[in-house]
Write a new protein. Structure first.
Length: 219
């Protein structure tokens, strides 16, 4: 029997690749997207809701599927206001997880970040860590939290910080292949998307999945 899936963040770098994968996957009959902007894709499987994601809980009656993929995230450069940043990187994923719990959705897969820790002194890592803890509190049976390293790829908007880090990663890439440093290797969004789909369709016990393992599963 074909499955249904919800995608949050379908206009982003990883989310858009994931959406296209799911639309092409014969295991899925319905793909539901919630977002503030249209993904500009026409497909018989696709059902799209243009909403204010800060009010996701108001759409509980529409938030029904077999699986939920959350690719929501922003950056300090793009969202300098910490309160709004918190609402995006913490509020939206946690609201989605709560809806999964309320509506009996057993699979929730969310992208976090390498270094996420709720007691971190770094604001970005602390927000991601608190998000992870709040998501796990919902006790959704098949919860997977992906912690990728720097995500490479062509974004619509220019991000100087990420571009500079990409440059450094390229220069030092040979060194990063040594031992434990492999965890910091940049990762392609297609690899992350493939990993997410694999996790949704296979039995896997780890809740938090580091970048190195994402790379392995995505291949």
């Amino acid at each position: 029997m074909a499955k249904s899936a919800i995608v949050l963040g379908a206009t982003g770098l990883t989310g858009n690749i994931l959406l296209k994968m799911l639309l092409d996957d014969l295991r899925y009959s319905d793909i539901i997207v919630f977002g503030r902007n249209s993904c500009n894709i026409k497909h018989p499987k696709l059902e799209e809701y243009i909403i204010d994601l800060f009010e996701l809980e108001h759409y509980a009656s529409k938030f029904k599927a077999d699986e939920v993929y959350c690719c929501i995230g922003t950056t300090k450069a793009k969202t300098s206001d910490k309160e709004i940043y918190l609402k995006i990187d913490y509020g939206i994923p946690v609201a989605a997880a709560k809806l999964c719990k309320a509506n009996g959705i057993d699979t929730f897969i969310v992208i976090s970040a390498l270094g996420a820790k709720k007691k971190s002194k770094v604001f970005y890592n602390r927000v991601k860590g608190k998000m992870e803890a709040a998501v796990l509190e919902q006790q959704i049976p098949n919860t997977h939290i992906l912690q990728p390293s720097l995500i490479t790829g062509n974004r619509e908007e220019f991000r100087f910080g990420e571009s500079f880090l990409n440059f450094l990663m390229t220069v030092f890439k040979p060194i990063l292949h040594i031992g434990d440093l492999k965890r910091y290797l940049p990762i392609h969004p297609e690899t992350i998307a493939k990993c997410m789909v694999w996790l949704a369709n296979n039995t896997y016990n780890l809740e938090r999945i580091k970048s190195k393992k994402i790379q392995e599963l995505g291949e």
